[in-house]
Design a binder for this molecule. Structure first.
Ligand SMILES: [Zn+2]
Length: 126
């Protein structure tokens, strides 16, 4: 079963002086979860390939593309054991509480922009 792990982080402003605390959240997948996620991705891509068979002309491109994308996406899902979720904390620039949504491949340390004031911030392990 997937477990969500939280880690305290330090959010720094671009000047490197102002810092605030935050919480980084990531989902850890077991080998069974990774296999299920990979099979779901493979089924979705190949399902789209079946649907694309009925689209005139585009099926010459879409069907092979989805058939090839299936194993590629499934392999990526299987290799993902930790997926970043979000960072919740106070922006050192505008001093507002922010929730920064992350991409699954994001790792600490990372550089992002505050979604409220658009200031560049560095997120690093505490
Ligand atoms: Zn801000």
């Amino acid at each position: 079963m997937a477990a969500i792990e939280e880690q305290d982080v330090r959010i720094k402003a671009n000047d490197g002086v102002a810092t605030c605390d935050g919480v980084f959240s990531a989902t850890h997948y077991t080998s069974h979860d990774r296999l299920v996620r990979a099979l779901k991705a493979l089924g979705a891509m190949w399902g789209l390939a079946i649907v694309a068979v009925f689209i005139p002309l585009a099926h010459f491109i879409l069907v092979p593309a989805f058939l090839i994308a299936g194993p590629v996406v499934a392999r990526g899902r299987y290799k993902t054991s930790v997926a970043a979720n979000d960072v919740v904390g106070t922006c050192p620039g505008c001093r507002q509480n922010t929730k920064l949504l992350l991409q699954s491949a994001d790792r600490l340390p990372m550089w992002k922009y505050c979604p409220k004031c658009n200031a560049p911030i560095q997120i690093d392990a505490n």
